[in-house]
Design a protein around this ligand. Structure first.
Ligand SMILES: [Zn+2]
Length: 472
């Protein structure tokens, strides 16, 4: 069934509408970058208030700050809006986050983190500043939708912008998972604007995300630290034992040696070796480790690394000849997209216990568990998503379905709340953006093309025979 919608005209007309919006979006993005919305700080609220005003000024007069609590703990308010569309039109939930990663200005060269600066390199006009890409560019995509349709949206729209994504409290995920019936977050299609194309100008949908789990492990060998000369030899040092144990996490080729983990091998586009070396800042001569294609290793399999260490050890030049009584490490594992995270965490704990050298005492504490994501390849909205991307990137012949090695735990929560919805992950965060690092930036051309894609997608959905699945 086709609905009565406001018809703004052809793709070309809509692309021109977005082109006309770009000077304003670019300026508003720069203004948002000036607000250092690193959670927790009062600037998070400042950014939120500024964004509410932007949406209200774009005729989304329903935009409010929405406070939720989970088990008594307050969640940083969302920017939330619920705007009815034409009768029976499907509900599209637009997600992004307005908090940003911290930034150490000592490492920034192009500009200071919260002083936005436009730089032209060749034909690529970029805006530098923390959050310019991750994820204030996502906020801008949704603002572009609001502005392009002038408040007369072709679908039922829900807007959900988060304020504590980067610090990983997980409270919003926990809230949604505990309240799968909350009508405010029901949708037929969820658009998560917090990823990006495999490369600038190559339209991409993120089809998988890895999950993540952590485990803290402590090796105990002695009741106190003792003299290494008097006792070294028969008496085991805790730190040395811990290192032996950690060394068993990989096999000789560099593959993860923990047994029983899921492996997802999907037809991801090939990862360019030279490009990856460059993006990862690998030193000359340092090899890749593990087996399988780079895409398989990055997106479809577990990886495991030690991310924290406490053995009470001083720096080498301050050291003393002693045996340590205990030593601890935090181990972080990225998991295959379909891996059950609790099972992965259990497998990691079992591995550590089984590999404690010489039977020394091992204590493990489970940390976080977060699900990965694997998009439904038969999702009914995906043909429209592909059409919108192709139209937004004239000259592109195909839309790539890439994996992502990182994790966005909230995506699993969206699946819990909306088991029948399609979830689209896209955005402006192509590799050159350098998100989370110094000199983060976003490309003007990508912002324009992705804003065009989002506008075209909603326009197409409005004109399609998709109808509301009850997600009012
Ligand atoms: Zn992000």
């Amino acid at each position: 069934m086709t609905h009565n919608v406001i018809d703004l005209g052809s793709d070309t007309d809509l692309a021109e509408v977005v082109a006309g919006l770009m000077p304003g979006l670019w300026r508003d993005l720069a203004d948002l970058v000036r607000i250092p919305s690193v959670f927790p700080s009062p600037d998070v609220a400042r950014a939120r208030q500024a964004i509410v005003k932007l949406f209200r000024d774009a005729n989304i007069t329903e935009a409010v700050e929405l406070s939720l609590t989970h088990q008594g703990k307050p969640i940083t308010p969302l920017v939330y809006a619920d705007r009815a569309g034409p009768e029976k039109s499907p509900t599209v939930l637009l997600y992004a986050h307005y908090d940003v990663q911290p930034a150490n200005k000592a490492h920034w060269h192009v500009t200071e983190p919260f002083t936005p600066k436009e730089v032209l390199s060749g034909t690529d006009k970029r805006l530098y500043g923390r959050g310019a890409a991750d994820d204030k560019s996502g906020v801008m995509l949704h603002l572009a939708v609001a502005r392009a349709f002038g408040g007369k949206l072709p679908v039922h729209l829900k807007l959900m912008l988060e304020g504590e994504e980067e610090n990983g409290t997980g409270l919003l995920e926990d809230y949604l998972t505990a309240h799968p019936g909350d009508p405010r977050f029901k949708a037929d299609l969820v658009i998560v604007a917090d990823t990006g194309n495999v490369a600038r100008g190559r339209p991409t949908v993120t089809s998988t995300l890895r999950g993540v789990v952590t485990v803290d492990v402590t090796v105990h060998t002695l009741r106190k630290t003792i003299h290494s000369g008097m006792y070294g030899g028969p008496v085991p040092d805790a730190f040395t034992c811990l290192v032996r144990m950690l060394s068993t996490l990989h096999d000789a080729s560099g593959d993860v040696a923990v047994k029983g983990l899921a492996i997802d091998d999907l037809p991801w586009p090939a990862v360019d070796e030279t490009q990856l070396r460059k993006e990862a800042a690998m030193l000359d001569g340092v090899p890749f480790v593990g087996t399988g294609t780079l895409a398989q290793r990055l997106y479809g399999r577990a990886s495991v690394n030690v991310v924290g260490l406490d053995a009470g050890l001083p720096l080498p030049d301050k050291s003393a000849n002693v045996l340590r009584d205990k030593a601890s490490a935090r181990i972080s594992m990225r998991t295959a997209p379909t891996q059950n995270p609790a099972a992965a965490q259990r497998a990691l704990i079992d591995h550590l216990k089984a590999h404690a050298p010489w039977g020394v005492q091992v204590e493990t504490t489970p940390g976080i568990t977060a699900y990965g994501f694997s998009a439904n390849p038969k999702g009914s909205y995906f043909p429209l998503v592909e059409q919108a991307l192709k139209a937004a990137y004239p000259g592109s012949t195909k839309v790539e379905r890439a994996g992502q090695g990182g994790s966005i735990p909230l995506v699993h929560a969206f699946q819990v709340v909306n088991p029948n919805a399609d979830i689209v992950l896209w955005g402006c965060e192509e590799p050159v953006c350098g998100i989370h690092g110094p000199d983060e930036s976003v490309s003007h051309a990508e912002l324009q093309a992705m804003a065009t894609a989002e506008v075209l997608l909603l326009d197409r959905i409005g004109k399609s025979d998709h109808h509301n699945g009850g997600a009012m």
